[in-house]
Design a protein around this ligand. Sequence first.
Ligand code: ZN
Length: 472
Amino acid sequence: MIKPLHTLLAAIGIGSLHIDGVWAAAPLPPDADRQLARDMLKTLIEINTTHAHGSTEAAKAIQAWALTAGFAPSDVVLIAPPDQPTKGNVIVRYRGKHPGKPVLFLGHLDVVEAKPEDWSLDPFALTEKDGYFYGRGTIDMKDGDAALAESLIRLKRERFVPERDIIVAFTADEEAGGDSNGPAFLLEEHRDLIDAGMAINFDGGGGNLKNGVPFYFEVGTSEKTYVTYTLETTSPGGHGSLPGPDNAIYRLADALRRLEAYKFPVMLTATTRLSFEALSVADPGPASADMKAVAGTQPDLAAAERLSQNVRLNALLRTTCVATLISGGHAENALPQRARATIQCRMMPGDTEANVRAQLLGTLNDPAVGVTLDAPPIVSPESPPTRQILEKIAVLVHSMWPGVPVIPTMATGFSDDRRTRNAGIPSYDVNGIFQDADENRAHGRDERVGVRAFDESVEFTYRLLKSMDRSN
Ligand SMILES: [Zn+2]
């Protein structure tokens, strides 16, 4: 464990702030590299990599860039599951001086579907407008893919030789669908290609802006996982003109109301304790004292209750379950014989399906409500928020954005990290993009990334690859 906390916080930038309304611009890559990264982003955005199209074409583009840059053909492996040729991955191995476990960098190539009629611009073209690049994948996560690919080429040109091998894997099928998930396929069938002592996944973490100024930088160490249940009630049914007391829809609705009112117990992890402690210092707003109070060894439950009014903080404090689908009855003029609801729970790392189910049954409190598990959850461990990893990233972050606090965080969603973490590879989410904390266009309409933010991220990625060339 990390002790004492205040020395760690000082090392990662907490309590040594700087922001007095003045912000020095972060360094940018050389002009030629900046342009190359933008060109790569454009190429990748304009290759449609939604689930239906697959990622092989994008993987081939990256393969061609790497080969042109001088990587040996045997170190640039394009590979897809034999029965899914469109779900291609490309893995670039940058040879180091010494043997030993490499560091693996991960970026997924696929994007979420985008319907042109829903957007105000063409989602599959890169449009620069008002200081932003627009297009599907500009923030999730072809920005990171372009930054990784460009940095590999820049390092090769500079004849950089890392201490140990660096592996950069551009992978398939992270988003919806996901039946040919790249990291899962590679770990199961070709582990040698991506085996590593540590993984850095660009699909999370990164910088938050407040009023346009860098506020704090996240290093993702853990994530929640989901578990889905179907609730079902039945009743005798009959003619709609003769309602009686036993009605499947009312019975289900009553149970759902009890679930709505229920709050799972407050649960903290090594990471969320550090997050709350660090945020209480970095953000001296009205919630600061409450954040400090929940971060203690005995979390203050009244403070947790106040913080839980904010949906995001609530999700960080506990497992949640929510009704997401409902159906019931069979005709407008008949009494229902059956009603069903889907409940999706998001479990804290360390929570168990058995525990969630026990609380669910206790809350629904009606033996006539059937509860079935749709599929066992994929649970994955927290990667420890060690001082070593946090300080290393903090040094790098401060070389770009001096004094910005580096805070370990748990994601409320999930990513390919669960695959690598479950394969025994500690995995951290890091990327160099700063965006407004309230901006939330990933998977949505008019997805975008700041032009300046993208350029800075290219320089950050180059420095990150250069400094993370060993797993310890
Ligand atoms: Zn993503």
